[in-house]
Design a protein around this ligand. Sequence first.
Ligand SMILES: *[C@@H]1O[C@H](CO)[C@@H](O)[C@H](O)[C@H]1NC(C)=O
Ligand SMILES: *[C@@H]1O[C@H](CO)[C@@H](O)[C@H](O)[C@H]1NC(C)=O
Ligand SMILES: CC(=O)N[C@H]1CO[C@H](CO)[C@@H](O)[C@@H]1O
Length: 237
Amino acid sequence: MLFAYTRSIAALLLVIMALVVQEAKCASHPTNLGTVVNLRIEGRDHTIFEGPISTRGHNVTTVSGGTHHCDGTNRDENPYPGPTCTSALDDAARKHNFSWDGTFSGEFDDFFITTIAGDSQTATEFWGILLNFVFTPVGGCQQQVKHDDHVLWAFNAFNVSAFLKLEGPRSARLDTPVVFTVTDGMTGAPIEGAGVNGITSGEDGHVLLSFDKTGTVALKAEKLGTIRSNAVRLVIT
Ligand SMILES: *[C@@H]1O[C@H](CO)[C@@H](O)[C@H](O)[C@H]1NC(C)=O
Ligand SMILES: *[C@@H]1O[C@H](CO)[C@@H](O)[C@H](O)[C@H]1NC(C)=O
Ligand SMILES: CC(=O)N[C@H]1CO[C@H](CO)[C@@H](O)[C@@H]1O
């Protein structure tokens, strides 16, 4: 008797808890108003786009794939719509007037990107997506993004030894050396032999640069067999 009574109280408590959890979920229901991410698109020979982009989850249309949702609810990956890696690509393409194309897979409920700004995949080179220097485990319309995330679309992403990351000061004095550092964005390991403004990084990934003109320069690190780095904007005074 007491046992049954305790059991029904326990059951009632479970129901109440479930209701509370449900309520909390509703209260924190994320909105799809849009967010700003740092988008970078590294093409075969040059950077196609690099900068902040405002994006929200929305329908996307490609020539080869047609019109489909692209808000993270693809293949039930997320419960609520929101901005995604591919919505960011699409919003940048529209705002900055470059084209992209992708086929659509019903099985994955997602686009497979084939071309961005004329750089088309080949039998061995494909476009890949990294979120904060980590390959996304799911497709670009499934992978939601947050404010300030670093979204990288890279050509031939699956056949490179590293995704370069460049760090350094934002300002320098005329003819005064400053140190920049090139690392592997995934592991943080220093990268030797990368070129930054004509100077090659040492074993510790360091590059010593000095400038004989005032103004602003955008520096990137490049190395054969890797994906070139983010840009660091440096003001020389
Ligand atoms: C988005 O595309 C789907 C087809 O995938 C369509 O059913 C839906 O009406 C579209 N929504 C909007 C807002 O255009
Ligand atoms: C956008 O790009 C297309 C093709 O490259 C070009 O024809 C068109 O004039 C461009 N539009 C704007 C607004 O720059
Ligand atoms: C780093 C890497 O994966 N390199 C490979 C790229 O593809 C060629 C041939 O397609 C391979 O020989 C490399 O090992």
